[in-house]
Structure formats: C-alpha cells, structure tokens
Design a protein. Sequence first.
Length: 199
Amino acid sequence: MPTPPYVKNAQSEGLSDRYQTVYAQAEGSVAAPTAGFHFTPELIEKLKNKGVEFAEVTLHVGLGTFLPVKTENVEEHKMHSEWVELTDKNAHLINAAKNEGRRVVVVGTTTVRTLEGLAIKFGTKELAPYVGDINIFITPGFKFQIVDALITNFHLPKSTLLMLVSAFANDREFMLHCYGEAVQEKYRFFSFGDAMLIK
C-alpha cells in the first residue's frame, strides 16, 4: 500500500509495515484508515470482554481523500466516489444497536462516510447489505442518521476530513479550539498521530 507523501523514509524507519490496521482484510484502498492504527488485538479483545460489539465495513479510500478543497464555495467541491461493502451480518448488528438505543461509535472518517452514505442511498436509518460506490461530502449542517460518536485522528486544514469532523462536532469554533489546544500541547497529527473521541 502506498504511504502518504509526508511519511518520509518509510522503509528505513519501518513505517511501511506499521501503515496497516490489525483488522484489514481486502486490498483496494489507496490509504489505510489511520484512526484504526490505535487498535491492537489486545485492545479489541478487552473491549469485547466489556461487552462492546464490533461491526465491520469495507471502504476503499480513494485518492480524492487527500485533495484539499480549492473552491471558494465548499458546495462546489467535487467529491470522489469510493467503493464500499456492508454485509448482511454487519448491517444487522448496526441496525440492532440503533433500534435498541445503543450508541454506534465509529472508528475513522471512512466509516462515517460509509454508514451515512448508505443511509442517504437507502433513504432510511435502516441499513441493508450493499456493495458498490458511494459519493458523499459531509460538511457543517449535515444531519447524521447513524453515527453517534467518532474516534478520529487530527486532520489537515482545508481538507474534506476536517469539514466532516467539524460537521460531526456541530461546532466549528469548538473544533478550532480543540485543534489549537492540540498544537499547544504538541499532540501528533497525521497518520501516526493522536486520536480524539467526538460525541
């Protein structure tokens, strides 16, 4: 898998081996879903032992993820499409959580795009199995239907990912404050950086 351009000397530092989640299965993404780097097999097992259920989705991250928004009006930005897969089993797990009033906590913006994109495609909060492309650009004002909490890394300015995170927090000024504090406290940004929980 290619590593982002800002990961210098990836081979010599052993970073290319670490540029993968422990639960990755299918080839096709141009980048790893980096929020998942924080999860080890041991952490996943501990969470399962505490009653956390895991549902899996597949999204093949496209190159457009790394393109900054260059239009004056964000609504004019052309978002790329990405290939996703949600199996019947995993759709059932997510639907059961929503129907029972449990929270759907997602790991990474790719998962947000998958679930919310499918909710739009189906026109309902009830997800169904799906394999194919989705095209979703989440900006402030977006009405989230599936995702209740998000674990994500810190993202670049003027990126579609930062817009998604700001939309989820529903408070741009608060997110700017969080990012300012992260810089001040020397949190790590980018692929191997720190993560935050937004709920």
